[in-house]
Design a protein around this ligand. Structure first.
Ligand SMILES: Nc1ncnc2c1ncn2[C@@H]1O[C@H](COP(=O)(O)OP(=O)(O)OP(=O)(O)O)[C@@H](O)[C@H]1O
Length: 478
């Protein structure tokens, strides 16, 4: 309700003529439900870059221009920052965060809560990157909406539009097998049959800046990699075009210099870090590349050591601070955080959604003893300045020997991101470090499809072949 209806109407008016015929057909189908007051479940099932998120933005603006409530969520924080008013699905619906999901999971939404009041009035829910969502989360939201809205129909009768691409990354199942990942997909949910499937086929991301021959060659390569129809050997390795390869025998700096040709100039240029990134499949490689980039980045280094303590005082003698300092968990700040003014970092917690979410990218402007002054680097709040304090953080979902608390800035360097975090992004320049190859479904396709221009992609691999993992059983027919 905080959206300005006039402003939203202007966005709708400006964007409508831009929609392709395919996008327009979906827009009309969804707005028919919204205008008629009928319910409708829609699934935008389309390859990377075909404008799913773009279309969701127009639908959100349409509803908000009418003074009605539209909620925007995404499977990951960084994808949520791309949607106006976007938040993670977990944060919006209070879905429990657990390593092992259960069919009995319930959203922590009280009947008298503000959240429940919003769910009763909401007209449209859009859910982006749904292919990364665990079906149990979607099912928990279904139960919550039926309950709160007192309507025993799927999602309590709201108009629900989800967008995704099963060629890209699937839900993460900790210690899970291939079958566990496949079974966790929303497409395996009994709810899925209620969704009407819409297709988009034109890659608009690439269209924006490639010549037509390059466009055709690269979109064909993406299609074959995404569907697993490209020639691959017994180790699932595929050949990539010579012009995009950087040899892994050459120094890592070659890839860094391709993506970040001038760190000195970057400090002055708005949008420099939002439009480019190095991607890698493993957290360890990401950390090592960030460390190398930090060494090359100009300016003086400041080190921040966290203060770590165990939750259970009785365990304190067995787990002294020096031992806790060495513990690490995914999506958790490290004990010794090394920062420089002007460098990009990514937020690791929801501080004040939707402005400051897990996944918001920031540039450091100044560093104090207990506070960082930062500028938001991407998304609808780009340019806003914020103050970020050290906060107490407890690792979730981690295989750690003890439960502990860390007082640290909730950020990590983001010259390089995991491929997982890049899903949903459109980047001008992309460098992919595959010196250690991809390990799961859709990683190579997701990484290669982030680029707006095929000429601005480089992949660092040993030799000319790299691993492409595809689980054909999750792919829907084109
Ligand atoms: N009709 C359009 N007119 C102009 N630009 C568009 C249009 N549709 C999409 N785009 C642009 O194309 C790029 C890719 O669009 P978008 O991110 O919506 O694709 P996507 O299908 O959501 O991709 P992914 O599956 O990778 O998340 C963006 O830069 C977006 O602004």
């Amino acid at each position: 309700m905080q959206f300005d209806t006039v402003e939203q109407a202007l966005i709708t008016e400006a964007r409508l003529p831009m929609l392709t015929d395919e996008q327009k057909a979906v827009y009309e189908s969804v707005t028919r439900n919204l205008v008629d007051g009928t319910s409708g479940l829609h699934f935008l099932d389309a390859p990377a870059g075909t404008g799913k998120t773009f279309l969701l933005e127009v639908l959100l603006a349409f509803v908000r221009s009418r003074g009605e409530v539209a909620l925007a969520v995404a499977a990951s924080g960084i994808a949520a920052t791309l949607l106006p008013g976007g938040q993670t699905a977990h944060s919006t619906f209070k879905i429990p965060i657990r390593a092992i999901r259960s069919s009995k999971d319930v959203c922590a939404v009280g009947a008298q809560s503000k959240q429940a009041a919003v769910f009763r009035t909401v007209r449209l829910i859009v859910w982006d990157e749904i292919s990364m969502t665990n079906r149990k989360d979607l099912e928990a939201v279904d139960r919550c909406l039926r309950d709160v809205r007192k309507q025993d129909v799927p999602f309590g009768g709201v108009v629900f539009v989800c967008a995704g691409d099963f060629r890209q990354l699937l839900p993460v199942v900790v210690h899970g097998t291939r079958a566990n990942s496949v079974m966790a997909c929303v497409s395996r949910s009994p709810l899925w049959k209620f969704f009407r499937r819409h297709r988009l086929t034109r890659n608009i991301r690439l269209l924006s800046s490639s010549d037509s021959a390059t466009y055709l060659r690269y979109t064909e390569l993406l299609k074959q990699i995404g569907s697993g129809t490209i020639d691959q050997d017994a180790e699932e390795k595929v050949s990539l075009p010579a012009e995009i390869i950087i040899s892994a025998e050459a120094p890592l700096n070659d890839l860094i210099n391709f993506v970040y040709p001038s760190f000195e100039a970057s400090v002055e240029r708005d949008g420099y870090f939002a439009s480019r990134a190095i991607l890698a499949p493993y957290n360890d490689s990401v950390d090592a590349i960030n460390e190398t980039c930090l060494g090359m980045f100009p300016g003086s280094l400041r080190e921040y050591r966290s203060i770590d303590s165990v939750a259970d005082e009785d365990a304190a003698t067995h787990f002294p601070p020096e031992l806790l300092n060495q513990l690490d968990a995914p999506n958790f700040p490290i004990h010794l955080l090394r920062l420089k003014v002007g460098m990009p970092v990514v937020l690791l917690r929801n501080i004040n959604p939707p402005r400051l979410c897990n996944g918001t990218r920031l540039i450091i402007l100044a560093m104090g003893e207990n506070v960082l002054r930062c500028k938001i680097a991407a998304g609808q709040f780009t340019g806003d300045e914020i103050l970020l304090p050290r906060i107490p953080l407890i690792p979730s979902n981690a295989d750690l020997p003890v439960s502990f608390k860390r007082l640290q800035f909730p950020v990590k360097p983001s010259f390089c991101l995991t491929i997982h975090k890049s899903q949903g992004q459109s980047l001008d320049t992309v460098g992919i470090d595959l010196s250690v190859g991809c390990f799961t479904h859709g990683q190579l396709y997701t990484a290669l499809s982030r680029a707006k221009n095929a000429a601005n992609v480089r992949v660092r691999i040993p030799g000319t072949r790299t691993r492409n993992v595809v689980f054909p059983e999750v792919l829907t027919e084109d």
